[in-house]
Design a protein around this ligand. Sequence first.
Ligand code: UT7
Length: 336
Amino acid sequence: MKNSRIVGVGHYVPERVVTNQDLEKLMDTSDEWIVERTGIKERRYFNYEKDTCANMATKATKMALERAEVDVNEIDLIVFATITPDYMFPGSGVLMQRELGLDKKAIAALDIRNACSGFIYGLSIADQFIKTGMYKTVAVVGAEIQSSALEFSDRQRHVSIIFGDGAGAVILQATDESGKGILSTHMHSDGTYAEELYVRDPGSSRKREERLTPEMLEGVNIKAHMNGNLVFKHAVVRFMEVITEALMANGKTKEDIDLLIPHQANLRITNFIQQKLQLDEEKVFSNIQKYGNTTGASIPIALSEAWSEGKIKENDLVCLAAFGSGFTWASALINW
Ligand code: UT7
């Protein structure tokens, strides 16, 4: 059976930098509170005249292809992770396919909506297709435009200060080398908590005939509801579980990890994991300070930056882990 290797990583973030001080002008919050509770100093917001979810993902993918020295025409599957797609339907995967000029080849494109775990879920799906030999080169992307759905008000301040926009991508290819590339992936979910972090409206079946009503636009249900404390408490437990699961599945220990890239949810969550695993600070990657929480895009953006900063080298053991809405959580262990 084939293994899959990440041969290229790339990312794109919009130009507009929004600092905590900028947010102080819009709602009752402070740089001090945001830094202390989340670690975030600034984030990027899209330019609505220029950036779309699909074109940010396309830019990230082009960077990954260039770094991998792989021709775009080699891609035979797109896996697109987002909870902020360009349209209700079709998914953003086909839009990226068109932007990459792969429409004539009619390659497969699929979208997944597993929020913060979406990129690792996507990586796992791509890995299975490569293992079975069905596809040889897969682009896995995570892209989000969160800023256009944020509400800059006191009632939503705990949500609005966290999220940011951006995109990241990897190119996966088949390899015959055993023990190389993605060693294993692990995915979990618990729908008990679906409504603890969600956007309710406009959903398809909330005991009403019409999907979108004028009243909805006034309410808070078109905005993200997040029970921050509860999410936080579950996150720290599930992150630890799913990292340990990945290590055990491969006969590895935490000492073997060269770089841990957790989903950038909150610097306090990342610091908790680092301390609990007793890993040196430089073995745990963080860029939430610059980008905030970019949901499905956070891990591939972090991977791309870590790689370009020389923090990932050949044969390094890299662990990815995520937790988020659903609840869903996932990990991947990679021999780079
Ligand atoms: O991405 C995947 C999933 N998401 C996460 O993993 C997020 C997990 N949760 C969190 O990161 C944190 O729960 C938050 C950053 C969202 C909130 O931090 P917290 O330490 O849990 O704060 P809290 O919600 O318990 O609120 C503490 C206080 C409250 O005031 P009182 O009731 O103590 O007077 C809030 O009203 O902080 C207040 N507060 C704020 N104050 C200034 C909440 N948001 C803000 C704000 N600025 N933006």
